[in-house]
Design a protein around this ligand. Structure first.
Ligand code: NAD
Ligand code: GLY
Length: 365
């Protein structure tokens, strides 16, 4: 029996349902997660920052199995097709059979790539997510979106491939830089802003505790965001409708990330500014109230997230980047907009002039 306490949530997908465990000491709690392995081959995918911190702890739980590791260099640039090929070669070298398992130990970059390699090997083998960033715990490890970037754009190649389990060991957050931690909180706020007004109010009440990384508040925030996302994924696994709402702020955010060459803003920071711009656009279009935008801005600021477009960004270039978004259809902008706290909707045919006005105002602020 496991000696560790964990909050357990379930992503309900019939026979492919899986647990998300959130708590302390979970990497070392091999009795718990080894029950989700079916075979004896394991490839651990991690990176050169995370592996020196946590691979040894994980390896102790792999005793008696045939396993090896494949390490990426650190950074978004390494979420590449070339590295998928290398991961597949590592599986071949391991002699991985159809019951093999890929373990992702790291943030969203590692998780997305490892999951995609698992989806490709022998047309799909198991994988288990061990997220080590807050962003990966509350977002990328749950829901089965896997993939890599191409020079032509981010996340252009991928597959829906659900993990067998998600093991969110809170202890790993102790080494996470504060900027990365806050970027993860942006994804928590996003979930509440889209579909859970009581959770948003809870975040407002606990913003100081979260900014100070107080344990109980962090665990509850992760659990509530995962529960919200798990519900959306269970209802709309392959994003035919509701799941698209999870992209609130992403069209603005991706444009900001790209314009900043992926160095000016982290993904979660782009989402924070992007959500605020989506809120301002919604307000401008008469869909939401100024008071809701103000609440969102206040919460982001209390957490220490950016709320302004970085100086020097060009509104026209940002609009051009937004035109490339995957959600658009035949030459019109399709955005996730806001009806206020806890209510988002997909809006097609948004007038570019309105978007440009919001961008110009944001750059001038
Ligand atoms: P990341 O994986 O690059 O990790 C951020 C940084 O933190 C990296 O430098 C990493 O090495 C370091 N790190 C990770 N864990 C650490 C720890 N415990 N201690 C110290 N350092 C640690 O970035 P991320 O924010 O976790 O994920 C972003 C990626 O996730 C993007 O590629 C994005 O497209 C993807 N994403 C995917 C989904 C999805 O549904 N699949 C959702 C959101 C984001
Ligand atoms: N991060 C958005 C999704 O998983 O759908």
């Amino acid at each position: 029996m496991s000696i560790h306490q964990a909050t357990t949530l379930d992503v309900a997908l019939g026979q492919r349902s899986y647990p998300v465990w959130i708590g302390h000491g979970l990497i070392a709690d091999a009795a718990r997660w080894r029950a989700r392995l079916r075979g004896r081959h394991v490839l651990v995918v991690s990176n050169t920052t995370v592996a020196p911190l946590y691979l040894e702890r994980l390896a102790q739980g792999l005793d008696g199995l045939t396993w090896s590791s494949f390490l990426l260099d650190d950074g978004e640039a390494h979420k590449s097709f070339a590295n998928v090929e290398r991961a597949l070669e590592a599986l071949a070298k391991l002699g991985a059979t159809r019951d093999a398992c890929v373990i992702a130990l790291g943030g969203g970059v590692v998780g997305d790539l490892a999951g995609f390699a698992a989806a490709c090997w022998m047309r799909g083998i198991d994988f288990i997510q061990f997220p080590t960033t807050l962003l990966a715990m509350v977002d990328s490890s749950v829901g089965g979106k896997t993939g890599v970037n191409l020079p032509a754009g981010k996340n252009l190649v991928g597959a829906f491939h659900q993990p067998r389990a998600v093991v969110a060991d809170i202890d790993t957050l102790a080494t996470l830089p504060v900027r990365e931690y806050r970027a993860g909180l942006a994804e928590v706020i996003k979930g509440a802003a889209i579909g859970d007004e009581p959770f948003f109010a809870w975040l407002e009440a606990h913003a100081a505790a979260l900014a100070a990384r107080e344990d109980a508040a962090v665990i509850e925030a992760i659990a509530r965001k995962v529960a919200y996302k798990a519900g959306v994924v269970a209802r709309d696994e392959t994003e035919q409708g509701e799941r698209a709402l999870l992209n609130l702020g992403h069209t603005f955010g991706h444009a900001l990330e790209t314009a900043g060459r992926y160095t000016a803003l982290l993904h979660g920071e782009g989402v924070a500014v992007g959500m605020l711009l989506a809120a301002r656009l919604s307000e401008r279009l008469g869909m939401s109230e100024a008071a809701d935008t103000a609440r969102l801005q206040r919460l982001l600021e209390t957490i220490g997230l950016p709320t302004a477009v970085p100086a020097g960004f060009d509104p026209e270039q940002l609009l051009a980047l937004m035109r490339l978004d995957k959600k658009n259809t035949a030459g019109t902008l399709r955005l996730i907009l806001w009806r206020g706290i806890g209510k988002a909707e997909i809006v097609s045919g948004v007038a570019e002039a309105e978007v440009l006005a919001v961008l110009r105002e944001a750059v001038a602020r």
